[in-house]
Every structure is written in structure tokens, then in C-alpha cells.
Design a protein around this ligand. Structure first.
Ligand SMILES: [Zn+2]
Length: 249
């Protein structure tokens, strides 16, 4: 973490972590606001009841709002791998960005570099598993789309932060798409909150969209096609146990 300057701008919006209180998840957000200063003010306002551990400006400057051992209020109603109190088990980074509402655009290189270096430190300090580096949209697919399909997840994974499908999965020959109930079960096994009920309900569509935003950003259509199947199977193989056979297991 050499050379990473972090400015302390404390927010009152935090409590004690609950339960075993181990940090196991890193959640990345965009702010969805046009001004980082306004976001900082908002996340430090006790009436707003929201915060994050870090807020990274577009020029790469980092503000720390909440100490890492405290529970910041960033995930909201969320779930990942069955854990519903995501705030008690995660660290949240807010990335200053206008979001899909105010003009969705690539994240500036200086900001990406700062978020990456910050994330590398967090992952190392807390021993966070690659599959537990998530988008806000992964843990709240019905409500959130941040940080979205332009976030450089592949570059992050190459630098040791998060998962990315291996080349073979991306270039694999088309294969049969498994039945919906198997797709739902596999998405749930990976971490998404989804019921394996065999029906293409709104929750299923939103989880597939969140999956695409993170792992197959070239086409966001909510349709789980054969490429999605190959990618998810590879992610499961990378993250589960060696004996796991993906959809076939
Ligand atoms: Zn968010």
C-alpha cells in the first residue's frame, strides 16, 4: 500500500459489527451523484443514515469515512451466499461516478488505479476470497445496478481482486443451456439470492442481469445463454471445491 494517501473524513454513520464480525466481503459501489463533495456531505449526515468505509474521487483521491473494524451502512437490504447482514461482514467502497442516471461512462484511470490499490490492501488485510469481491448489484439485484458494466472487473481480477472467467470459458464452443432450475441453483450456489423454482420470475431475471453486468458485460439482456453457462461453470470451478462439476454436479 505504499504511496496510497488516504484522507480521514469521519462519518458518524456506523455501529459495531454484529455476530462473528469477520470482514469477508468487499462491496464496490458507484455514488450515482454528480459531485463527490456532495456525496461526502451526504454520507456524513446523520439524518441520511448511510455511509461507506471509503469514497474515491474521480481524480483518485481517497477519503476514509469509517474505520474498517466498524459496520458502515452501505449494503442496505442485501444478500450474498446466504448472508443477509452484509454490512456486518463487509467493507464498502463508494466510487464517485454519475451512474446510469446522470450519464454512464468509463471510470477515469486515476480513479481505477486508486480503487484497485485500496482494494488490494483490503483483500490482503482481511483475507477476502476472490468470489466475495462483489458489486452492489450482485448483492441487491432487484434494486441496484452499481458500479455497472463499465467497471473494469477483468483488470481487477488480473491484479488479484475478484474473480474473472478464464479464457477457455469465454471462447468455449456453444453448449446446451442447462434447464432453468439448474441455472437458478448454480447462481444461488455462486452467491446470488435466488430460488431454484424453475420459473423465470423477476428475481431470476434481475439476478441474471446482475451476473451479466459483472461477468459478461458485452450483452445485458437478462437471457442466460450458452456463454453465460460456460462462464458461470468456470467461476464455480474456480471458487468452489476441486471436485465440483458445475452444472453437472
Ligand atoms: Zn451502491
Amino acid at each position: 500500500m505504499t504511496g496510497l494517501a488516504i484522507e480521514w473524513r469521519p462519518s458518524p454513520n456506523h455501529t459495531e459489527r454484529r455476530g462473528r464480525a469477520r470482514v469477508e466481503i468487499l462491496v464496490l459501489h458507484y455514488t450515482n451523484m454528480t459531485s463527490a463533495e456532495a456525496t461526502l456531505e451526504r454520507l456524513c449526515d446523520p439524518k441520511v443514515e448511510a455511509s461507506a468505509h471509503y469514497l474515491v474521487r474521480e481524480d483518485g483521491h481517497i477519503w476514509q469515512l469509517v474505520a474498517e473494524h466498524r459496520r458502515a451502512w452501505q449494503a442496505g437490504v442485501a444478500c450474498w451466499r446466504g448472508e443477509r447482514d452484509v454490512n456486518s461482514h463487509s467493507i464498502g467502497i463508494e466510487i464517485a461516478h454519475p451512474g446510469h442516471i446522470w450519464g454512464y461512462r468509463p471510470f477515469p484511470p486515476a480513479q481505477v488505479a486508486a480503487v484497485l490499490q485500496l482494494s488490494q490492501g483490503i483483500v490482503a488485510r482481511h483475507g477476502i476470497e476472490a468470489r466475495n469481491v462483489v458489486a452492489h448489484s450482485d448483492i441487491a439485484p432487484d434494486r441496484k445496478e452499481d458500479p455497472g458494466e463499465l467497471f473494469p472487473w477483468a483488470a481487477f481480477a488480473r491484479a488479484g481482486v475478484g474473480l474473472w472467467p478464464r479464457d477457455g470459458a469465454l471462447t468455449a464452443a456453444p453448449r446446451t443451456v442447462p434447464p432453468l432450475v439448474a441455472v437458478q441453483a448454480a447462481l444461488a450456489r455462486f452467491g446470488y439470492e435466488i430460488e431454484a423454482n424453475g420459473s423465470f420470475d423477476l428475481a431470476t431475471r434481475n439476478a441474471i442481469l446482475a451476473f451479466q453486468r459483472h461477468f459478461r458485460p458485452q450483452r445485458l439482456d437478462g437471457v442466460f445463454d450458452s456463454q453465460c453457462a460456460a462462464i458461470l461453470e468456470d467461476l464455480l470451478r474456480q471458487s468452489d471445491c476441486a471436485a465440483d462439476e458445475g452444472f453437472l454436479g
